[in-house]
Write a protein that binds this ligand. Structure first.
Ligand code: NAD
Length: 323
């Protein structure tokens, strides 16, 4: 039986964590690492390959390659390639990354499309929503076989913040962010619950805890990224890498899990003025994504989501002007 194969494109701060988590995930028998810095790809792959000599690690075949042909039979490809900025000089606004990343994503998509149409592609590269919009609209690669991690990370931060606020395990919080991965991501508190108890009823069960307003939650989730980014000199990597492996698992095990990934909106969805991509709860299967949910929202959420869609669209316009 063929083992499952993962391709990782871009093995910098994020990609190295993707590689580390993937290597010990028991999901993959083969992992191919591609990076325009070939020595880095070689070193990262070899370092992880050495660890297969340890009893705790599965015997995964890990190697680097600069030939996209090695991805022709990949089951999943995770893309975390990005323009390399000097340490500490990464732009804080993810949307600004499009100036350099548009051409990188276009060349990677072209290279992948030439060797396969089968792999499920998970983009981590920012700006997440613009990247998936470009990849889905500019290439004939099957749209359902590609997604961006989008608000996976923002949603993990949301559950973390609410979990800490009420002193419960974040995994006992059910909830998600929608819209842009970044400044304008929207917490959907009207759908958030703890032990099935809706957010607006939590005060009854936690009478000593002052609830956070939707504005406060949004601010805290957005700021959470910068608490990491500022202290790690312009890098956040571990949590998003874990998000991508969680998606890979949902894909390979055909879990039909629902995750807030970013994909292009379907016609008429959410009444956006112009076509965009953003995160909404989406069913993930072995085929890629199979269904996006149009979630009923309250007035505040609708207004914020519109702002988010406009911000993403401005970034898409910029990407299209660079064609
Ligand atoms: N979606 C999210 O939630 C999220 C979270 C954190 C970071 N990110 C994004 O992930 C990306 C990676 O961040 P990082 O910190 O690892 O960056 P990094 O600079 O450390 O690494 C990027 C790597 O990409 C490689 N690369 C560049 N062009 C390439 C190409 N054409 N083909 C193959 N490899 C190429 C570089 O050589 C480098 O090794 C960034 O865009 C960042 O904004 C996204």
């Amino acid at each position: 039986m063929k083992s499952q194969k993962l391709g990782i494109i871009g093995v910098g701060h994020v990609g190295e964590h993707v590689l580390a988590y993937a290597s010990s995930s028991n999901l993959f028998g083969d992992i191919v690492v591609v990076d325009s810095r070939e020595e880095l790809a070689f070193g990262e792959a070899l370092d992880q390959d050495h660890a297969t000599g340890l009893l705790s690690r599965p015997n995964v075949n890990i190697y680097s390659s600069n030939a996209y042909n090695d991805l022709s039979d990949a089951d999943v490809i995770i893309v975390s390639a990005t323009h390399v900025y000097p340490k500490g000089e990464v732009p804080a606004d993810r949307q600004q990354l499009i100036t350099n990343n548009a051409s990188i994503i276009r060349s990677i998509m072209k290279n992948i499309s030439e060797v396969t149409q089968e792999a499920i592609i998970i983009f981590i590269t920012n700006p997440a929503d613009t990247v998936i919009y470009m990849a889905a609209n500019e290439f004939s690669y099957p749209k359902e076989r590609m997604m961006s991690t989008g608000c996976m990370l923002d949603s993990a931060r949301l559950r973390y913040i609410i979990g800490k606020h009420y002193n419960v395990d974040p995994k006992s919080v059910s909830g998600y962010m929608m819209g842009e991965h970044g400044y304008s991501a929207v917490p959907i508190l009207s759908r958030l619950s703890v032990a099935g108890i809706p957010y607006d009823q939590l005060s009854k069960h936690f009478p000593d805890i002052k609830p956070l307003t939707a504005d406060e939650v949004q601010e805290k989730v957005v700021q959470a990224a910068y608490e990491v980014f500022d202290n790690k000199f312009g890098v956040t990597n571990a949590a998003v890498a874990q998000s991508s492996i969680e998606l890979a698992r949902a894909i390979l095990l055909d879990e039909h899990s629902i995750y807030p990934v970013s994909t292009p909106l379907l016609d008429g969805e959410y009444n956006t003025k112009r076509p965009v991509a953003f995160s909404t709860p989406t069913v993930i299967t072995r085929q890629g994504w199979t269904k996006r949910f149009e979630v009923p929202l309250n007035e505040w959420e609708t207004e914020k989501l519109n702002v988010s869609a406009e911000s993403i669209r401005a970034s898409i316009d910029l990407a299209e002007s660079l064609l």
